[in-house]
Design a protein around this ligand. Structure first.
Ligand code: MSP
Length: 533
């Protein structure tokens, strides 16, 4: 990732279609962005986190018609339900953009006018095989594969022509290739970079940027017969939310400096639009490109592709049940550590969830915290002891070790490697456990002469836990805050800086330390078969 010139960071999710209800896919992308945004604010960066809904297009028009309501009303309802679910999951987006927002629509038209002025758009005629029922065009190859019949209605495809506005994508071939070459981290993970570059090198065709077969959309400037193609309309959300088309506006004065985006986080199925079409549009408009398009893979569920009919669909009801059983932080933790950020799909399975919860949260973080705090309760009267520095460290230079882990954890998070970042923080907790096992303060405590050694050991354990809790805060905010508070720490992430909080020695001797039970042990995986939906 190229480091931005200022202290600003900007992360976006795709904007979600309003013709389906929110499910794990949407909540996953938004949650990993939330983890990163929380971390970024805590690390002291001025961070803007954008999500929202994509509301135009034929499908929305048809869904609204089927319910006998206006598309706007339909979009209002579903968009509100996305927003509600995301707010309920305590996702800390700074704005929720809707493509039906007036400011978005106005700016999209301005941008399209600028594309026309730059001669990046022309009115052309398209001829292809048309499915009248689906209102969809197929290329010759696709039509041949379908034996010239609609895959849905089975009626014959017809030869049809349509006049559309086209974006001159082909004109950007060389510039895009050169850009990819110069910026090997422009698309991540690297498997996706290679995939796009391969397809890019195969050659680019111009792409339609308007439609005439429906009206629910943004009108093409000066041509009321055409509606701007929904993908072009949607991609612009990343810069209309910052007011980039209207530099003199209030919106732009507050937000324009967040551009270029640090990360556009998306699913792999929409990579081409983001990694090729979007950059070409920005080039045509002379706007800098985002630093990184991060395309994650997909969740499957219980080993199979998610499907409503298979009964393995992870919708909001199922997620609510996970949340009720294990807690919101556990759900965030599972998504962040076991999710498909890499190039392969991940399995959302009750047994895997339970295993991760038990091994990492119950047995590692929770157990270590309760052990340390309980020993301070028992051997130090619940008051943080002093580290006189007089006794051996049990093979650990704690200040150096925690500094190294904190640095590695923060660097990994900055690079959107959530699971490595978390692992670096967990390594501190594991080291505390090993330290306790090696030095056995519970045995030493029986010998009054060893009081100083016990104090020193327990101070180091508590202080290391404090640092681990700070590093884990972005992932498990509620439990980290509880752990910090049990150590007498009042941390306000954003105001307090992660970099300075993770320096050794800030826990003050004499602080009251409370007993704590962070993650209850649960006996068996959740029963996923008896869903209420
Ligand atoms: N509206 C477009 C995006 C426009 S962005 C300018 C769209 N919307 S969508 O509602 O279909 O959402 C797609 C996104 O949802 C994916 O890119 C991904 O972020 C998320 N997911 C949907 N299903 C998913 C999984 N099964 N697993 C993980 N995430 C997936 O495409």
């Amino acid at each position: 990732m190229d480091a931005p010139m200022n202290n600003h960071r900007y992360i976006t999710t795709p904007i979600y279609y309003v013709n389906a209800d929110p499910h794990i896919g949407h909540l996953y992308t938004t949650t990993v962005c939330d983890v990163w945004a929380r971390f970024s604010r805590f690390a002291g960066h001025d961070t803007f986190f954008l999500t929202g809904t994509d509301e135009h297009g034929l499908k929305v028009e048809q869904s609204a018609q089927a319910r006998g309501i206006e598309p706007q009303q339909f979009a209002d309802e579903i968009s509100a339900s996305f927003r509600k679910v995301m707010t309920g999951m305590q996702l800390t987006f700074d704005d929720f953009i809707r493509t039906t927002d007036e400011a978005h629509e106005r700016q999209v038209q301005l941008f399209v006018e600028r594309l026309q002025a730059a001669d990046a758009v022309y009115l052309g005629e398209f001829e292809g095989w048309y499915d009248e029922g689906q209102e969809e065009y197929y290329t010759e190859t696709q039509a041949k594969d379908l034996e010239y019949h609609s895959p849905i209605s089975k009626k014959p495809l017809v030869r049809a022509r349509e006049k559309n506005y086209y974006f001159r994508l082909s004109a950007f071939q060389e510039r895009l290739e050169a850009y990819f070459k110069k910026h090997p981290n422009f698309v991540r993970p690297s498997a996706r970079y290679n995939e796009v570059l391969g397809r890019l090198r195969a050659g680019l065709n111009d792409v339609p940027m308007s439609r005439t077969n429906f009206s629910w959309g943004i009108q093409m400037p000066n041509d009321p017969d055409h509606v701007i193609y929904v993908w072009i309309d949607a991609l612009f959300n990343y810069i209309t939310a910052l007011g980039l088309a209207e530099p003199e506006s209030d919106l732009a004065s507050k937000r324009a400096s967040y551009w270029p985006a640090t990360y556009h986080v998306i699913g792999k199925e929409i990579l081409w639009f983001h990694a090729v079409i979007w950059p070409a549009i920005l080039m045509a408009l002379d706007i800098p490109l985002p630093a990184c398009i991060y395309a994650h893979s997909f969740w499957i569920s219980e080993g199979q592709k998610m499907s409503k009919s298979m009964g393995n669909f992870i919708d909001c009801d199922v997620l609510d049940r996970y949340r009720e059983t294990y807690g919101l932080d556990a759900l965030r933790y599972f998504m962040a550590t076991q999710g498909p950020l890499g190039a392969t799909d991940s399995n959302f399975a009750a047994s895997k969830f339970h295993e991760t919860y038990t091994s990492d949260l119950v047995n590692t973080v929770g157990n270590c915290a309760s052990r340390v705090n309980a020993m301070i309760g028992k051997y130090c009267e619940g008051v943080c002891p002093t580290d006189s520095g007089q006794c051996a460290n049990g093979g650990v230079e704690w200040d150096e070790f925690t500094a190294k882990q904190a640095e590695a954890s923060m660097t990994a998070m900055e690079q959107f490697d959530l699971s490595s970042s978390i692992e670096e923080a967990l390594a501190i907790v594991r080291k505390v456990d090993a330290f306790i096992n090696d030095t056995e303060p519970f045995k030493l405590a029986k010998d009054p002469e060893a009081k100083e050694t016990v104090d020193n050991i327990l101070y180091r354990c508590a202080e290391a836990l404090r640092i681990a809790a700070c590093l884990l805060w972005a992932v498990i905010p509620e439990k980290s805050a509880a752990l910090l508070s049990s150590l007498g720490q009042n941390v306000t992430p954003g105001q307090d800086r992660l970099g300075s909080l993770t320096q050794w020695g800030q826990l003050q001797p004499g602080t009251n330390i409370q007993k704590i039970a962070l993650f209850p042990r649960l006996e068996a995986p959740m029963d996923v078969t008896s869903t209420s939906s």
